[in-house]
Design a protein around this ligand. Structure first.
Ligand code: AMP
Length: 219
């Protein structure tokens, strides 16, 4: 199965993509995570992306498109499908993806859009803390670790992503609202856009997506 996740930053794309990838057994491709990993590994891509991601700006289309196209050509994506999380984020990215799909005779099954109010994502993102050890995410408002500042699973230190600072969140929301609206229209006109209310619990949203995809989940 091949899926695209759409939605504001903090709408839950990453979480739902992670659950879906496990349930339907396809690779989860998060462009944001690719940039964060590249930065952790100190690669030129990571350092270049940092100058954009830190302030909540988008990494230029040509960089992101190149990375995604290379990833989609890998054997696991060809054999199993994929879930794209955080890409496309602009209309030119959507158009470039479309050209690649056509050239490679690949079809997207569903574009899953998570519908969440901007006020909700500000609360979610400003409270988000990630474990520097295992990547597990917490939230100071509602997913609170047992010991403040430390991961329940590996005791790693919990940190806020640089782009979850309030000024960067505001910038990300502005940038995304402008860039992703045309993408919504682009996919809506093709008839494979599935919009799901994203403010329920993670499990409720997940079950709703699976039901629309005609899949069941044993938990
Ligand atoms: P995310 O983890 O999806 O919130 O992405 C974190 C940051 O990575 C974004 O705020 C952007 O700076 C950058 N980024 C991720 N995906 C893209 C993309 N498709 N186009 C441009 N920038 C991106």
């Amino acid at each position: 199965m091949r899926l695209i996740m759409l939605g504001l930053p903090g709408a839950g794309k990453g979480t739902q993509a992670k659950w879906l990838a496990k349930a339907i057994k396809v690779p989860h491709i998060s462009t944001g995570q690719i940039f964060r990993d590249a930065l952790t590994n100190g690669t030129p891509l990571g350092l270049k992306a940092k100058s954009y991601t830190d302030d909540g700006n988008l990494v230029p289309d040509e960089i992101v498109i190149g990375i995604v196209v290379e990833r989609l050509a890998a054997a696991d994506c060809r054999e199993q499908g994929f879930i794209l999380d955080g890409f496309p984020r602009t209309l030119p990215q959507g158009e470039a993806l479309d050209r690649w799909l056509t050239e490679n005779n690949v079809r997207i099954d569903r574009v899953v859009e998570l519908d969440v109010a901007p006020e909700t994502v500000v609360t979610r993102l400003s409270g988000r803390r990630l474990c520097t050890g295992c990547g597990k995410d917490y939230n100071v408002h509602y997913r609170i670790p047992k010991v403040e500042g430390h991961c329940d699973y590996c005791n790693g230190e919990l940190k806020r992503r640089t782009d979850d600072e309030p000024a960067a969140i505001r910038r990300r929301l502005e940038v995304d609202a402008a860039a992703t609206r045309p993408l919504h229209d682009f996919y809506a006109s093709r008839g494979n856009l599935l919009t799901v209310f994203g403010e329920d619990s993670i499990e409720t949203v997940f079950r709703s997506i699976l039901a629309h995809l005609g899949r069941t989940w044993e938990g």
